[in-house]
Design a protein around this ligand. Structure first.
Ligand code: OOG
Ligand code: MG
Length: 262
């Protein structure tokens, strides 16, 4: 049986407060063992509703767990989505206060910026490329609100797929000028290369992750919109960071993006 409306509201407040107070909490499936992925999305949309009601603007979406490296790292093999609020954006070359987060990790990603809306079902790589304005390199900073960064599918979806911050940088390039599947990338932590990969690690092509989000959104009668930023998911496993760490991502043909934790 799906979670009832009162429970969804309560869990939305529980997880959003954990985020705002940078405090780790038990995952929701401990108290609600029957919660499934759809319950998770119901809670995620409740968190989104709470933020929008307080004036947040949703600037786009992110895909979660779209590469084998990420699937292995978190022990989940079902991709998911989350939303990006305006306050999650950090500046390229800027700083993020580590103490505003619980146990942050950084992921190398691609960002698509759409010039047209994209609507599922039946959305595919071609639909996405035709609707894309440009692509940029991105760092996503994830921060599970759950203890020890441990969760199941329903719990992580409820927790907005661990969304915390994101950084766009480098160069904006038209997607059809690039061979994104073979586009190589290197992520450095404090000058040392810690993760390597190529676009194909993300569902064969990063645009497939945008299509996946559109198709999942269609199940709720929602869509991607013109102007949305869409992060396509970690190409490699996520790297833990703490105050003092500097992360730089270099992506073939797209330049670099960096952030420092203070
Ligand atoms: C879930 C979010 C995953 C990605 O890029 O795969 C994600 C997590 O690992 O906490 O953002
Ligand atoms: Mg990510």
């Amino acid at each position: 049986m799906p979670l009832d409306a009162a429970t969804i509201a309560e869990l939305g407040a529980y997880l959003e407060n954990a985020q705002l107070e940078a405090r780790a909490v038990p995952q929701i499936s401990i108290a609600h063992a029957s919660a499934d992925m759809d319950d998770g999305y119901a809670v995620q949309w409740e968190i989104r509703r709470r933020k929008v009601a307080r004036g947040a603007r949703i600037v786009g979406m992110k895909a979660g767990v779209t590469s084998r490296a990420k699937m292995r790292q978190v022990g989940i093999d079902t991709p998911s989505y989350g939303f990006l609020a305006d306050s999650y954006a950090a500046l390229d070359g800027g700083e993020i206060e580590a103490r505003s987060l619980i146990h942050p990790r950084v992921e190398p990603e691609f960002a698509f910026v759409l010039k047209r809306g994209v609507e599922g079902p039946g959305c595919h790589v071609g639909t996405v490329l035709a609707a894309t304005d440009f692509v940029m390199p991105a760092l996503e900073i994830i921060d599970s609100r759950y203890r020890d960064f441990k969760f199941d599918l329903a719990s992580v979806v409820a927790d907005n797929s661990s969304s915390a911050r994101f950084v766009l940088g480098g160069r904006c390039r038209a997607a059809d000028d690039l061979d994104l599947a073979s586009s190589g990338l290197v992520m450095e932590k404090n000058g040392e290369a810690v993760a390597f990969g190529a676009g194909a690690a993300v569902l064969g092509h990063p645009a497939a992750a945008v299509a996946l989000i559109a198709n999942l959104l269609a199940r709720r009668g929602e869509r991607l919109h013109a102007g949305d930023i869409v992060l396509t998911g970690g190409v490699t496993e996520a790297t833990p960071v703490k105050a003092g760490d500097h992360i730089r991502l270099r992506v073939q043909d797209l330049g670099s993006v960096s952030i420092r934790f203070v």
